[in-house]
Design a binder for this molecule. Structure first.
Ligand code: SF4
Length: 240
């Protein structure tokens, strides 16, 4: 399930150029104003019996269509942290391209991290990996994953994979997508095998190069094509 407590976003790095939600060819293009959604308090809403509408044991993908650490959401995030802390029975997957705002965005009781927060740092190229991942690894976070999405070039993650539970890789989805080369995907997979990290090839992107052939892939087939390649390495937790 996805939980978007706010909507709206704007580019922060090269991976945002054709953003699936807010890029120049996306439905929400121009929606750069950050606004609370009507699902803002969704995790703590209850029914007439006082039971949570969202049952325990669920996984909530949080801010996958915006960015959790947008400065415009600083005040709202304080409430969101409280909800996350209150729902220890839910796993929250949080994805961000703004990991450098992590320390200034924490609640007072964060300590060494909430056990139900799985924080994902997005890196699209080597430059962003070398900037964001040392910061990411230096912060107090209990569960970390990396999302190489959209994967824009070959990335060497090997020196950053200690303390990372999982890596997700995906190509860019857009009419103007940049190439995702299968060799880059396989290289990251090998790095994950060497460091005992789980790996998921989520989608091929719209322009996928494999065996020297550049293929245009329909958006509705990008996930199934990636799955058919059979290269995922799944662990016990099955969060991703
Ligand atoms: S941070 Fe994410 S949601 Fe925001 S513009 Fe970039 S790709 Fe889009």
């Amino acid at each position: 399930m996805n939980w978007e407590p706010w909507t709206g976003c704007y580019p922060i790095s090269d991976g945002c150029r054709n953003c699936y939600f807010y890029g120049p060819h996306a439905k929400r293009y121009g929606q750069n104003t950050i606004e609370k959604t009507d699902k803002f308090d969704w995790p703590i809403r209850t029914n007439a019996k006082g039971e949570y509408n969202i049952k325990g044991g669920k996984i909530l993908a949080t801010c996958f269509a915006t960015d959790f650490f947008l400065p415009e959401a600083d005040e709202w995030r304080k409430e969101v942290w409280k909800m996350i802390h209150q729902r220890q029975d839910i796993e929250f997957l949080i994805l961000t391209k703004r990991i450098d705002r992590f320390l200034e965005s924490l609640p007072d009781d964060w300590g060494d991290g909430y056990g139900n927060v799985n924080l994902g740092c997005t890196v699209e190229n080597q430059e962003m990996a070398d900037y964001r991942l040392p910061l990411f690894l230096s912060y107090p976070i209990k569960r970390r994953f990396i999302a190489c999405a959209p994967l824009l070039e070959s990335i060497d993650l090997s020196k950053y994979l200690h303390g990372i539970e999982h890596v997700t890789v995906g190509g860019e989805t857009s009419r103007f997508a940049r190439e995702c080369n299968y060799e880059w995907v396989l290289s990251i997979r090998e790095q994950c095998i060497s460091s005992n990290t789980t790996f998921w090839f989520k989608n091929t992107g719209s322009l996928f190069k494999r065996n020297g052939e550049l293929q245009k892939i329909n958006p509705f087939k990008q996930t199934s094509y990636a799955k058919e390649l059979g290269i995922n390495i799944l662990g016990d937790r099955r969060l991703f």
